[in-house]
Design a protein around this ligand. Structure first.
Ligand code: HEC
Ligand code: HEC
Ligand code: HEC
Ligand code: HEC
Ligand code: HEC
Length: 216
């Protein structure tokens, strides 16, 4: 029987397969590298400065908005600038080696590059102000931040996690005065829940679970 392929073309085919395989591996590696290291639920994320919410928000009772100033006004909560840290640390613990990167950042006028703890894919639309102004507390989504020596993620951020709450939004709201409180949600009577839902003009479940609500 005559050979269907010459030895040369067999070799070329093999090389082609190897090249295609390597290309796929490289593409996956590049995608993973591009999206940064995986952050796992419950695993503290290391930072250029070991910033502790336990010290600052818990023990010292500094309000979240002091450092996350836009959380009520915009989609993004925002992260504090070097200047905000220096309002206290230009005096306090000035010579602590832990704060050397802070002083370097001020000297060189370059922002500190905090590693992200939460990062939704770009095709998901999320907005802090909507949630915060309708009585969804930080602790509902971020857990006991005030007890974290290094910040970790409490929620999976998977689609099902968002949907679980959106299907039952009324059960996750509290009075606006308690949005920044780290305490458990106080059980509300059905009348109080209904009153809050009216005050916030909560939309119906159908709207909140509609694909276009989060993918727009
Ligand atoms: C003194 C400043 C300060 C205060 C007060 C503060 N934070 Fe932060 N927060 C930071 C800094 C700095 C980071 C970035 C480093 C890190 O992730 O730990 C951060 C990160 C976070 C993150 C993770 C951000 C990400 O990368 O996804 C969350 C969530 C958060 N803070 C919530 C809160 C809440 C809730 C409060 C109030 C209970 C609060 N913070 C109070 C300074 C502060
Ligand atoms: C309102 C004042 C205030 C602000 C603003 C503030 N801190 Fe602090 N920081 C403190 C206090 C008070 C302590 C001591 C905490 C303790 O031990 O309970 C501290 C301790 C620290 C420590 C530990 C120092 C050591 O040697 O043990 C680090 C690191 C730190 N802060 C980083 C930061 C960073 C980064 C920012 C800005 C995102 C910041 N702080 C903003 C008041 C502040
Ligand atoms: C309904 C859930 C939810 C609530 C309530 C919530 N967050 Fe978040 N937060 C998220 C999600 C989801 C992200 C990731 C957003 C992204 O990757 O675009 C995030 C990210 C952050 C970040 C990182 C910076 C940013 O804006 O992406 C900070 C800081 C933060 N939240 C602070 C807060 C504070 C402070 C409160 C309370 C006032 C709060 N969050 C309430 C879900 C929530
Ligand atoms: C703990 C409860 C809770 C979680 C978790 C939650 N949400 Fe919400 N979300 C709400 C409430 C309450 C509203 C306000 C509903 C209203 O306006 O009627 C809302 C409103 C929204 C809106 C605005 C809807 C509109 O068109 O007005 C968007 C967008 C949204 N959420 C996205 C998300 C995404 C994306 C996630 C997950 C990453 C998420 N939410 C997780 C409770 C939650
Ligand atoms: C309340 C917000 C919300 C609604 C409503 C929503 N999604 Fe999502 N969706 C998300 C989030 C958050 C992710 C990212 C999940 C992740 O990164 O793991 C996501 C991811 C996806 C993905 C990527 C695959 C995956 O599972 O990660 C697809 C496809 C998708 N959504 C389709 C839909 C469709 C179709 C609908 C309507 C039936 C819908 N989504 C409604 C929040 C939502």
């Amino acid at each position: 029987m005559a050979q269907a392929f010459s030895r040369r073309s067999v070799l070329a085919l093999k090389l082609l397969f190897i090249a295609a395989f390597l290309l796929i591996v490289a593409a996956i590696a590049a995608a993973r590298w591009y999206s940064g290291p995986d952050v796992k639920v419950g695993q503290p994320v290391t930072q250029p400065i070991p910033f502790s919410h336990k010290h600052h928000a818990g023990d010292d009772g500094i309000d979240c908005r002091y450092c996350h100033a836009s959380v009520e006004k915009s989609a993004f909560a925002g992260l504090p600038s070097t200047r905000i840290c220096l309002t206290c640390h230009s005096q306090l613990y000035r010579d602590s080696p832990l704060l050397a990167p802070l002083h370097a950042s001020a000297r060189d006028n370059t922002p500190i590059r905090w590693n992200r703890v939460h990062d939704l894919p770009d095709f998901v639309y999320f907005d802090h102000s909507i949630h915060v102004n309708k009585g969804v507390a930080c602790v509902e989504c971020h857990g006991r931040i005030d007890q974290m020596p290094l910040t970790w993620r409490e929620a999976s951020l998977e689609m099902q996690w968002c949907l679980q709450c959106h299907r039952n939004a009324q059960q996750h709201i509290r009075p606006l005065s308690e949005v920044f409180s780290m305490a458990d949600r106080q059980p509300l009577s059905p009348q109080e829940t209904a009153r809050l839902a009216r005050q916030y003009r909560l939309q119906d479940t159908r709207r909140l679970t509609d694909c276009s609500t989060c993918h727009r």
